[in-house]
Design a protein around this ligand. Structure first.
Ligand code: B12
Ligand code: SF4
Length: 444
């Protein structure tokens, strides 16, 4: 008899969390391969806002984002872990209450194997708790951990007593190890084959939005980012398949909002993104598109901007990070101010309003002075655009992490310190951040 498998997305443990088009995409791809191999698969997503056990959130977030399918999570406030005791913010568990998760699982038939994902290194307490809940209900169920946390912190992830930890993002390796656990050949020889199936969205009963990925990897190697460690080479998915995913989600779930998860969505747009947009426009459906990750200014050419406007992109974020030319160069050379201005001009020319163009500035990373931050914010505002300050957090597998670990060696041993809010207070940069936020919120 084929094994019964649970795929599970655990709670978020954090100071803040918001459903900004957040779905466990890698896990849904794996689920799809398991289904194709004939396994009986069920999903538990502790962050599913449409789950019957999910109470209303106290903070539902801005109306504009709610209209695009986003929303707040229910939060249960918890005592702060010891290493975060001096951070003056409420810490908690976001998602379906623990008692409701236990109730849900106890009503299901036993599983032979549970695959738990973990999307951020510092969210690991959720994965550990979920393993314990599963073991309490079905002691003989094998519980396997995968995702970004074990890929970036393998040693830390191995100490919690999971039956297996798969510490890689490489899809071929991941499915090989999964196959060994399930005593089954999952028949994936290349990363292209892994991505030639679609994430198994029908595991959800209801969807407020869809997340899509057209490529993995990035041609740049910024000092604050782990993209290259996780995905050493660039791979593009077939755009026809991506369009089919969009169409299916629209017809089966009535999904109208789609967010892209790519690291480098616009890279070599002629060979991928532009074809995709052409096919999307041909669909002639009432869809909206969102870019929660900032896109590269250097690839935002006039034709790309024009097609994005026609396809109905609603959330546009360009990654500028800083306006200091020296820091732009030493952190990875992905943008300079002239390139940024010409990307903005392309967007404005085709009809995007200044309110629709958000600009990511990175705060708290090694390098900039307070003057650099202030002048970056002022520069963006002078262009009539709204800066959006993204808080830096040290990411293992990045160049900056190694530098910082010499000053704060504890970040090697405790992923909770990778949390952006923890890091902000830990390094005493919270006051400067508050000043910048105030400046950003002043009328333009
Ligand atoms: C999409 C994305 C987001 C989305 C969704 C996040 C999510 N976790 O799903 C959004 C926009 C919300 C987001 C936000 C942020 N993000 Co982000 N994000 C990404 C991104 C670009 C892609 C993730 C992804 O879905 N990849 C595609 C899928 C297919 O891959 P995958 O899920 O990893 O799955 C593969 C494997 O992991 C494995 N797998 C997955 N699950 C499981 C389970 C089992 C059992 C097994 C066996 C295997 C397995 O199988 C898949 C195939 O190999 C990554 C960068 C990257 N290249 O990974 C950064 C990344 C995860 N983000 C990062 C950061 C820093 C952030 C922010 C803090 C940025 C900020 N300053 O605000 C915020 C955090 C928000 C918060 N509340 O704290 C860091 C990680 C930080 C960390 N300490 O873990 C990354 C790595 C980028 C970086 N800077 O280096 N992010
Ligand atoms: S920050 Fe962006 S451009 Fe830089 S390496 Fe990461 S994904 Fe690529």
């Amino acid at each position: 008899m084929k094994k019964r498998i649970l795929v599970a997305n655990p709670w978020i443990y954090d100071f803040t969390a918001y459903d900004l088009w957040l779905k466990p995409l890698g896990l849904l791809f794996i689920a799809s391969h398991l289904k194709n191999a004939g396994f009986e698969v069920e999903l538990l997503d502790c962050l599913d806002r449409s789950h019957p056990g999910m109470p209303d959130a106290s903070n539902r977030g801005p109306k504009r984002l709610r209209e695009f399918g986003c929303g707040g999570y229910y939060k249960e406030i918890l005592p702060r872990p010891d290493c975060l005791r001096n951070i003056p913010r409420h810490f908690g568990r976001f998602g379906i209450p623990l008692s409701e998760v236990k109730k849900d699982l106890s009503q299901r038939k036993p599983f032979d194997v549970a695959f738990i994902t973990c999307g951020m290194t510092y969210w690991y307490p959720g994965a550990v708790l979920l393993k314990e809940v599963i073991k309490e209900i079905w002691p003989s169920c094998q519980v396997v951990l995968g995702g970004i946390y074990p890929a970036l912190c393998p040693e830390h992830a191995k100490k919690w007593g999971f039956d297996a930890v798969i510490a890689s993002c490489d899809p071929v390796q991941v499915l090989q190890e999964v196959g060994i656990i399930l005593e089954s050949n999952l028949q994936v020889r290349t990363a292209e084959e892994f991505f030639s199936t679609s994430p198994w969205y029908s595991l959800y009963k209801r969807l407020f939005y869809g997340v899509i990925i057209t490529s993995v990897g990035c041609p740049f190697h910024c000092s604050y980012c782990a993209s290259r460690t996780l995905w050493p080479s660039f791979l593009r998915r077939d755009s026809t398949l991506v369009v089919q995913e969009i169409e299916t989600l629209y017809h089966t779930f009535g999904v109208r909002d789609f967010a892209f998860y790519d690291d480098a969505l616009l890279f070599q747009a002629q060979e991928g993104f532009l074809q995709l947009l052409e096919e999307i426009i041909k669909l002639d459906l009432p869809l909206r598109f969102h870019l929660p990750n900032g896109v590269h200014a250097c690839f935002l050419e006039p034709q790309v901007a024009r097609m994005m406007y026609r396809a109905n992109f609603k959330t546009l974020r360009i990654a500028l990070e800083t306006t200091s030319p020296e820091i732009q160069k030493i952190t990875g050379n992905k943008v300079d101010n002239r390139t940024f201005e010409s990307a903005v001009a392309s967007l404005r020319r085709v009809g995007f309003s200044p309110q629709e163009i958000e600009v990511y500035l990175l705060f708290g990373f090694p390098g900039p002075s307070s003057e650099d931050y202030l002048s970056s914010v002022e520069y963006v505002r002078r262009l009539g655009l709204r800066p959006r300050i993204s808080l830096y957090s040290p990411v293992p597998g990045s160049v900056d992490f190694e530098k910082l670990a010499r000053i704060y060696p504890e970040i090697r041993d405790e992923p909770l310190l990778h949390n952006k809010i923890a890091y902000l207070y830990y390094t005493g940069q919270n006051e400067l951040y508050a000043t910048l936020q105030k400046l950003c919120s002043q009328p333009l």
